[in-house]
Design a protein around this ligand. Structure first.
Ligand code: NCD
Ligand code: ZN
Ligand code: ZN
Length: 430
């Protein structure tokens, strides 16, 4: 049998690297063999010593901004940023203008993304007390997203109840706005107790309804302790993710020239919180690494009240590999950005194995210095400015389609809606 594509190189096969041939046909990996046993193919690409072949990364928390906020980012610029970061599936947040909280609006987003995205995508549904407006398009969203103000609204409980009945997660930005206060320092304006209170509220709602709670961008030690306690004792499912910025950067940035760029919610935290978040990655207690890619225009970032968030898609994998190659994190930490998030949501992605989508990322072992102005995202700044990384994305395949090689985008679009198979795997409530 002749296959569409064969990629040969030193590939990550879960826990180890091995020299293999990966055969992809009709978008799906059909074989992983020793190179001499590869099936014939008209597209046979061999990557030498300098390269590593990884599964495409899966990012569960991304803001592509389209529709409505295209001046910040759109599906073209955002998906190019994803490709540069080795990410082949993004799950997009609903805080568009207007919010993506009904079937009509999700269908419009689907249309836009299908026309422009280079990478595969999935969506969350935004808060909507009229849940019937989300009833007829369950296949269009993989979970419900609640922001701090939604979490404390009267109707939050009905979202949890619905989520429980359809078996989807409620993804929560857990902060309690009643703890916010005025301060010039962003980390003091939104203190750790706000996160803890947000988590406790979300846990109460999950407890009352039996819904699966997923806490996103967890940033504090006290928040982490609450989530871990619930993970082991609750009858409902509790999962969480963390970001590279909360694991690697501290509130010290708020007294630096990057103070405005570094404004993000939840804020960058104390050294102790950073250590705790990092430990959740190292131990694998975290369920996923996500970027919270949240681009804004430079004017919005440099304003007196800087818009919270910054782009992250282009750097996360390489920051993670830097931690791994330096020995600070073990190799399995890589799975927090591919296999684990894919399994969590039930996508056939994030692993190099037969039956999984042919999403492959080839990284070159090459040092480079991060420069915001060189980012593919429309947002050309980053709190990681100046950092030296040791890997760079060299080639990217999305379901076997070559979308990027050696600095050039090889396709204009090609991404499509990713649909979870059955229910997310691997979890039995204790
Ligand atoms: C996000 C945004 O800009 O949409 N901002 C942020 O600071 N993280 C919203 C969010 O994820 O909370
Ligand atoms: Zn958030
Ligand atoms: Zn976000």
């Amino acid at each position: 049998m002749t296959v569409d594509l064969v990629v040969i190189g030193k590939a990550y096969l879960g826990g180890r690297f091995e020299e293999v041939a990966i055969a992809v046909d009709s978008g799906v990996i059909v074989g992983v063999t020793k190179p001499p046993l590869a099936p014939p193919s008209n597209a046979r690409v061999e990557f030498g010593e300098k390269f590593l072949v990884l599964p495409g990364m899966v990012d569960l928390h991304v803001h592509m901004r389209e529709p409505g906020l295209e001046y910040k980012e759109d599906w073209r610029s955002g998906s190019r940023a994803a490709v540069k970061g080795g990410v082949t599936l993004v799950v997009d947040m609903p805080n568009n203008r207007p919010p993506s909280n009904s079937c009509d609006r999700l269908r419009e987003k689907l249309q836009r993304a299908s026309e422009k995205s280079l990478v595969d995508f999935a969506f969350y549904a935004g808060f909507n007390p009229r849940l019937e407006e989300l009833e007829d398009c369950g296949g269009l969203y993989v979970g419900f997203k609640l922001y701090p103000e939604d979490l404390f609204a009267q109707d939050a409980v009905s979202v949890f109840r619905r989520a429980a009945s359809v078996g989807k997660p409620v993804v929560v930005h857990a902060e309690d706005p009643s703890f916010f206060r005025k301060s010039r320092r962003h980390s003091e304006a939104r203190p750790p107790v706000a996160e803890r209170a947000g988590i406790l509220r979300a846990l109460d709602l999950a407890e009352a309804t039996g819904a699966w709670l997923h806490v996103t961008h967890l940033s504090t030690e006290i928040g982490l302790l609450e989530v871990l306690r619930a993970k082991v004792s609750a009858r409902h499912r509790v999962t969480f993710d963390v970001t590279p910025h909360h694991a690697l950067l501290s509130e010290a940035l708020y007294s630096s020239p990057l103070s405005k760029v570094a404004v993000v919610n939840p804020p960058l935290r104390s050294e102790g919180d950073v250590r705790a978040v990092y430990a959740s990655l190292r131990s694998g207690l975290a369920d996923a690494l996500v970027t919270d890619h949240a681009p804004h225009s430079l004017e919005e970032k440099l304003a007196d009240n800087p818009a919270p968030g910054f782009p992250g898609l282009e750097l996360a994998l390489h920051l993670l590999l830097d931690e791994i190659l330096s020995g600070r994190l073990g190799l399995p930490a890589l799975e927090l950005y591919c296999r684990r998030p894919a399994e969590l949501m039930g996508f056939s992605k994030g692993s190099i194995a037969p039956g999984f989508d042919g999403d492959l990322v080839v990284v070159a072992k090459e040092e480079w210095r991060v420069r915001g102005e060189e980012l593919e995202s429309r947002a050309k700044y980053t709190p990681f400015e100046g950092r030296v990384l040791r890997t760079k994305t060299h080639a990217v395949y999305v379901r076997g389609l070559e979308v990027y090689t050696a600095g050039y985008f090889m396709a204009e679009k090609g991404g499509r809606l990713a649909v979870p198979r059955g229910r997310a795997s691997g979890f039995e409530a204790p």
